[in-house]
Design a binder for this molecule. Sequence first.
Ligand SMILES: Cc1ncc(COP(=O)(O)O)c(C=O)c1O
Length: 352
Amino acid sequence: MLGAAQPDSCDDQEIGSFIMDVTSIPHRISLPVGNTPIVQLDLNVNGVERLLGLKLEAYNPCGSLKDRVAQGLIDEVADQVHREVGIIESTSGNLGVAMAAICNQRGINFNAVVDPHASPLLIERMRRLGSVVTIIDEPDPSGGYLMNRLQYVRGQLAARPGLVWTNQYESDENPKAHSLSTAPELLRQVSGSTTVFVPVSTGGTLAGFSRFAEAKNLAWRLIGVDVAGSAALGATAGPRVLSGIGASRPSYFLNLDKVESVYVHAAEAISACMWLADCAGVDVGGSSGATVAAALRVLRSDPQLCDLVCICPDGADRYLTTIYQLDWREAHGVTSVQVAKGIELLNVRYIA
Ligand SMILES: Cc1ncc(COP(=O)(O)O)c(C=O)c1O
């Protein structure tokens, strides 16, 4: 009978040591970062056929766009790192997991500083990889946590001589990862005059895309997507419920006067996630939902626009206990909206 009998040797202690052994294996295999696929949705919006591409960064080895950034951030500080004292970084979770995997492989201690919005699954994964995870649960005056996370990092740097901060918020390695990998990759996958929706937190992804498009003189229209309550693109900071998108302060990397932006509410981002999952069978995270909600809004308002791509930083796996749960949505005051009402999905295709 299924699940009834367990081998005698399978006691708790053995399971524990088995798990300990396994954690070091996947990161020695070193799956390649990048070359993520695009899922193309063929849509009928107000009687006009449009193409909406989703670049799925969940296909990276640690499951997000931040896999592209982690290696450069660590390599940049490698000659200052004492392996015992280690590295500290503030993260909403995705960068933390990617850095935890690399630090685990290189025998470097890693301290990830997160907040209560971080996915429990990612916190658990960082801990399994041997990282110390510090959860900052005191909101800063804006209602977000970033300023207090950074204050904690600075306090640790003062208290622990030799500790190194990779600083994803200001290190050039962050936008560089996207101008050297994500953006050139997209150019190989799409036609020349596409509109690209990029979610913003540190602004590293959007800054990298802007640099690349400028250097190559591309006819790309880049749109930064942020959420209500985020100051990343210059608006007033306030409480937010989504993880990974938005920030309590303006991006260090972007010239905000030059950024075209669209703001969405958490409810719209989540509605887009549900629509994609239910109608297209594509499971993405909240910031990806935000880009799709923004793209649908722009599509409705501009019948000429036909070729769009959304950068989708991660998948639904890390949000199964949050945005994909009705209880969580109700507890966080997320009302039910339907961003895709009246939009017909005609076809779904994969582009490698
Ligand atoms: C979930 C999520 N949303 C949005 C982004 C974009 O972030 P940034 O502006 O820091 O490049 C990322 C980056 O990887 C992410 O993981």
